[in-house]
Design a protein around this ligand. Structure first.
Ligand code: AMP
Length: 551
């Protein structure tokens, strides 16, 4: 299939913001793909990647190298390409413009096919070592010299892994269901277990619903971890659950550890493979668990003189590539396992209490570094014991406790009410409001959502999130009035204001995000209070945000 056909789909997707329309466009395209084509590769390309989500491989080409290649193909100096990128605000649009202006010097010797593009991108990702820059440039120039203007637009964006067509995994998943007449729940589950939409599309097409139902967890391929929500209170959470596993919440890094035959792999919660950085954990796992295939989860913490240190002390261990031996000596690690996703077979459909039981049976905790999370079973009858566990946890320098419904299965990627965290003080950031958007419906008269920023090392403000929850009517009214007072400009429903209002914001997680100037964003930001006692000079820094980011 020609790459131009995929480009036409990209263009159609670019022309609508409506989710249902996007789903339909992709579903119709899926139906048109011939049996001899790899739907799996096409699926990945629509997601703007060439690797499944479980893989931590990347194409690894920066703007600079791409700029050089584009300059070479178009026959202009790299500075002109850079100027165009600045003017257009995007490398794809810049390429489209430069390629439209390009004089046709060569006849296209061949038409780009999807296969050719995909394989070239894969070759690009594999190159390393000597003269790799030249080899990379030559692959990119080959691809681009065969490209039309619109093809160049999307190829360049795919190369830097920023496709920007507003299509996430959810839309592609729904499109697979729609194209092949499969119950959405079945597709969703297959996706959750494999973390590989290409594979899901492939099996959906060739084997239908029954094939998808057979897909399951595979040791070696990481799955998105189940995530926690904030608990409002120990008693309230336990009474809602009836029976809960209450565990110490360790302030380290979450590890998902896989054993497949003789191979052990360690992944972070963002599915990055960090096996090479933690050889002592690999050894510990090898020595403390049976040699069957399994997936376990736990938290690894750094210690000093046997006492826990905060997670910042372990960050450099995760990223370290050299002098690992020295780090092992300087920062001893301790592992606390708390869940079992696979043991000889998938375990995620078992109740948590059963998974914990098997975990306790199979883990040998005789080594000091190997532990199970400290746990008690909490019911309405022993709330005081759970409170004691919480107090003990804080005294011992841990973060608080986790409260988990004992009857629940493990649902990868879910942040639900069945797994809660209760911390002493949830971490907050002081941010400044730089803009806002008028609300809709009930909030029509108010500015409903607030664009907030932190400062960088030069004291420049960098946006980091839109905060829209945690605001009662009175606060909304007050903030809306203040926004009017500080307004610089208004465009449509959006206002820009002088940076005067300081808010304290709680959040559930810090994520990397190209959408905000800070390069990071806050998930589920909640306004805790307006800090009238603080001014612009007191707001938090990007540096602090970065130090709080957990890999
Ligand atoms: P948070 O990062 O604040 O969303 O809290 C959830 C995180 O707490 C998990 O992703 C784990 O990294 C960590 N954690 C520490 N101890 C436990 C435990 N016993 N059970 C589950 N998660 C834990």
């Amino acid at each position: 299939m020609n790459y131009q056909e995929l480009v036409n789909v990209y263009i159609d997707l670019d022309n609508t913001t409506k989710r249902l329309e996007k789903t339909e466009i992709i579903a119709n395209f899926f139906k048109r793909i011939g049996d001899d084509e790899s739907i799996s590769n096409i699926c990945l390309l629509i997601l703007g990647s060439i690797f499944p989500a479980w893989s931590d491989k990347e194409i690894g080409i920066g703007d600079k190298l791409l700029t050089q290649a584009v300059a070479k193909v178009v026959g202009v100096p790299p500075s002109e390409v850079e100027d165009n990128i600045r003017d257009e605000g995007d490398i794809g649009l810049a390429c489209e413009k430069l390629f439209s202006n390009k004089k046709q010097t060569t006849f296209f010797s061949k038409t780009l096919t999807i296969d050719f593009v995909f394989n070239s991108l894969q070759r690009l990702a594999e190159i390393s070592g000597n003269r790799s820059t030249n080899k990379k440039i030559s692959i990119i120039t080959e691809l681009l010299s065969l490209s039309s203007a619109s093809e160049a637009k999307y190829i360049s964006r795919t190369i830097i892994e920023e496709l920007r067509i507003g299509v996430g995994e959810g839309i592609v998943r729904d499109a697979i269901s729609q194209a092949f007449g499969i119950d959405k729940k079945v597709t969703e589950r297959a996706h959750m277990l494999t973390n590989d939409l290409g594979l899901v599309a492939d099996v959906a097409r060739s084997e239908g619903e029954s094939g998808l139902k057979k897909l399951t967890l595979t040791p070696g391929k990481p799955v998105k971890p189940m995530l926690a929500q904030l608990s409002k209170g120990i008693k309230e959470s336990i009474s809602e659950m009836g029976e809960a596993l209450c565990e110490t919440k360790y302030d380290g890094i979450r590890l998902q550890i896989h054993r497949k035959k003789d191979e052990i792999n360690i992944f972070t919660r963002r599915l990055e493979n960090i096996t090479a950085a933690m050889p002592e954990i690999v050894k510990l796992i090898d020595e403390s668990l049976p040699h069957f295939d399994f997936i376990v989860e736990g938290e690894v913490i750094a210690t000093k003189d046997g006492k826990p240190l905060s997670f910042q002390n372990i960050l450099h261990r995760v990223k370290r590539k050299y002098n690992i031996e020295e780090a092992i000596e300087n920062v001893p690690l301790k592992l606390f396992l708390f869940d079992l996703l696979y043991y000889k077979q998938p375990m995620i459909d078992e109740a948590l209490i059963k998974r914990r039981e098997v975990l306790e049976e199979i883990v040998d905790t005789s080594k000091d570094e190997m532990n199970l999370s400290d746990m008690i079973i909490g019911t309405c009858d022993n709330i005081d014991e759970v409170e004691n566990l919480f107090n003990k946890s804080i005294e011992e320098n841990h973060e608080g406790i986790m409260i988990k419904d004992s009857k629940e299965p493990y649902i990868p990627g879910l942040r639900g009410k069945k797994m809660l965290k209760f911390k002493a003080e949830p971490e907050t950031l002081d941010v400044v409001v730089v803009g806002g958007t008028h609300g809709v419906g009930k909030r029509g008269d108010f500015i409903g959502s607030y664009l907030v920023a932190l400062k960088d090392e030069n004291d420049d403000l960098k946006t980091v999130a839109y905060a829209a929850t945690g605001l009662d009517d009175e606060t909304l009214k007050y903030l809306t009035e203040k926004m009017k007072e500080y307004e610089i400009s208004e465009k449509g429903t959006h206002v820009i204001v002088h940076p005067k209002i300081i808010l304290e914001i709680a959040f559930s997680e810090i994520v990397k995000s190209p959408e905000y100037e800070a390069g990071y964003s806050l998930r589920f930001p909640v306004v805790k209070r307006i800090r009238k006692d603080k001014s612009l000079k007191d707001i938090d820094t990007i540096e602090r945000l970065e130090s709080m980011y957990k890999p």
